[in-house]
Design a protein around this ligand. Structure first.
Ligand SMILES: [Cu+2]
Length: 563
């Protein structure tokens, strides 16, 4: 398809425009994205067997998708659909797009969505084997309220948040809408596999009596990197204040001068926020939603007249929280089931309770932030998203958040998931690189080929397994020779000896000296560094440095710097 190639060429150019200002590049990226999504829109309805991806050739999806129906007491039906299957090749870690053809045949309201990822036999893959980096449900027939992308109305990462609207509200769906699934599925092993995406929706058809009482809600997509195709940011170890890093507040370069404040949205008309839940990556602690209203003032807690200490506490707890015209609406908290703490995907995000409802006025400004803990490690390519839903002012009553506290604790949307059981961190036979004899002296390049670092790979025998040595002030250049297979790697510092078993909580980017290559690969440049090589910093002090691959965490290596 020539059209796709052109599109791809455009995309590639966008990635290579290093000499053009970042702002301009983003404009180009936005245009490329819009063009691409429009192209998909025109083909989506015709495609039963969707095999459209960014690269055109990678992810084959099948023709059949089954649906199961369960009747719910309130007149809704619980429908289960499949997207895929997806063939994911070893080490795959790319963004793909697939038309969603398995969806309701009639118009109606969606009141709840639950995602899952399964093998062909229905079993849920272990998260340390096949990993759902993200899946986003896109309605190409509408536009996002908060940015120039098509309407994003549901998303799932490995935390698999279940989304539910308060009773009486639904996302109004039209059978003629074209849906697209934007996914990043990650195969952490060198073995190809097949998976399907499952999504379960509670659906009230327009023809049912229950639909007469339903009111529509629209998605408000809040994202700290709103509008970007790959909306990620990096969190460095020990960054922020007291090992807490909040994006964008703690990153002065988050939104360079002349660019848009991506985490903000100016409310376009009066309405009521109905629900919200956050999306984070490992290391993330919470996402927050804030409101600013010109001329408004957070009502101060006047608890001095309370008769008892208990009454005073109750008074304080019911008072709105914020300062001046900025009030806190909700904190979506990451509840980690992970025994090692906030370092893995073994987590559930909290969502608002049904009575949360918040009245908004036209001209209000909503903002979102994402907070990560930085004591344990760096968190490269992190996300901070809050998906909210809003009803028209005529269809709902909401609380005034300046007068009444609305940011009460939410509820995790699910418990511990079985697929998150392999935490890693156990003893292995890998050698401690600090005790190994010197390897090759000043080799210049270190190839990465076939999931091995060819010099200094802790899993290799002989010379290949010994750390290559450079002199202080010199550097090593890693070359990804797996790039032609579209397999990408990273060189990410990890605390020595970095030899424990691989799992969802190990290894992490916890090297005392931080270095990070980014995802080295050339294509597509949206999710990679756009370069095939990476050179170590020249200012490293003498010592043995251990590292791993973020994409394939079983890959471990070391190099040595000498005086
Ligand atoms: Cu790798």
């Amino acid at each position: 398809m020539p059209r796709r190639q052109n599109l791809f060429a455009l995309w590639t150019q966008v990635g290579r425009m290093h000499d053009v200002s970042r702002a301009l590049r983003e404009v180009f990226a936005g245009v490329a994205a819009a063009v691409m999504l429009l192209a998909f829109a025109s083909t989506a309805s015709a495609a039963n067997a969707g095999d459209i991806t960014l690269n055109g050739t990678r992810m084959l999806t099948g023709e059949k998708s089954t649906v199961t129906t369960t009747k719910l007491p309130n007149g809704a039906k619980r429908l289960k659909y499949e997207i895929g299957p997806f063939k994911i090749i070893p080490g795959q870690n790319e963004i793909g797009y697939t038309p969603i053809t398995a969806k309701p045949q009639v118009d109606g309201y969606i009141t709840r969505m639950r995602p899952d990822l399964v093998y062909m036999n229905g079993k849920v893959p272990r998260v340390d084997v096949v990993h759902l980096h993200h899946g986003v449900w896109v309605n190409l027939s509408r536009q996002n309220t908060t940015n120039n992308l098509p309407e994003l109305f549901f998303a799932a990462g490995e935390e698999k948040t279940i989304f539910q609207l308060p009773k009486g509200y639904g996302y109004h769906y039209k059978a003629t809408d074209n849906w697209l699934f934007n996914h990043m599925l990650h195969n952490l092993t060198p073995v190809p596999t097949m998976v399907k995406m499952i999504y379960e929706i509670d659906f009230v058809p327009d023809s049912s009596p229950a639909a007469q009482k339903m009111k529509p809600a629209r998605p408000i997509w809040m994202d700290v990197e709103s509008g970007k195709i790959y909306p990620v940011f990096n969190v460095k170890k020990n960054s922020g204040k007291n090992n807490l890093f909040t994006y964008p507040d703690d990153d002065p370069d988050a939104y360079p001068a002349g660019t848009r404040q991506r985490n903000a949205w100016t409310v376009d008309r009066d309405g009521v926020l109905l629900a919200t839940a956050g999306h984070l990556h490992p290391g993330g602690l919470h996402t927050d939603l804030w409101l600013e209203r010109q001329g408004a003032k957070v009502r101060a807690a006047k608890c001095g007249r309370a008769k008892t200490a208990k009454a005073a506490k109750k008074c304080r707890l019911s008072s709105p929280r914020g300062r001046g015209d900025k009030v806190h609406l909700f904190r979506s908290k990451a509840k980690y089931f992970e025994p090692a703490g906030a370092v893995s995907w073994d987590v559930a995000m909290s969502a608002t309770r049904p009575d949360w409802k918040v009245a908004l006025k036209k001209g209000d400004v909503l903002t979102t932030t994402a907070t990560y803990g930085t004591k344990r490690g760096a968190w490269w390519e992190s996300m901070g998203i809050m998906v909210a839903y809003m009803a028209e002012a005529s269809d709902a009553k909401g609380h005034n958040p300046y007068k009444k506290r609305v940011d009460l604790p939410g509820k995790p949307t699910h418990g511990h998931l079985n697929e998150n059981r392999n935490h890693g961190g156990k003893k292995t036979n890998l050698p401690d690189a600090r005790k190994l004899r010197d390897g090759t002296l000043n080799p210049g390049n270190v190839d990465i080929l076939g999931f091995n670092y060819r010099l200094g790979d802790l899993r290799l025998p002989g010379l290949g397994g010994r750390p290559p040595v450079i002199k202080q002030g010199q550097s090593l250049t890693f070359v990804n020779q797996d790039n032609p297979q579209r397999i990408y790697h990273s060189i990410t510092s990890c605390k020595a000896p970095c030899t424990k078993s691989t799992g969802i909580a190990y290894p992490i980017a916890d090297g005392p000296v931080q270095f990070e290559s980014g995802t080295i690969g050339t294509d597509p440049p949206i999710t990679t560094a756009g370069a095939n090589t990476w050179t170590t910093p020249k200012n490293l002090k003498p010592g043995t440095y251990t590292y791993f691959c973020r994409i394939h965490p079983f890959m471990r290596g070391a190099f040595r710097v000498k005086q």
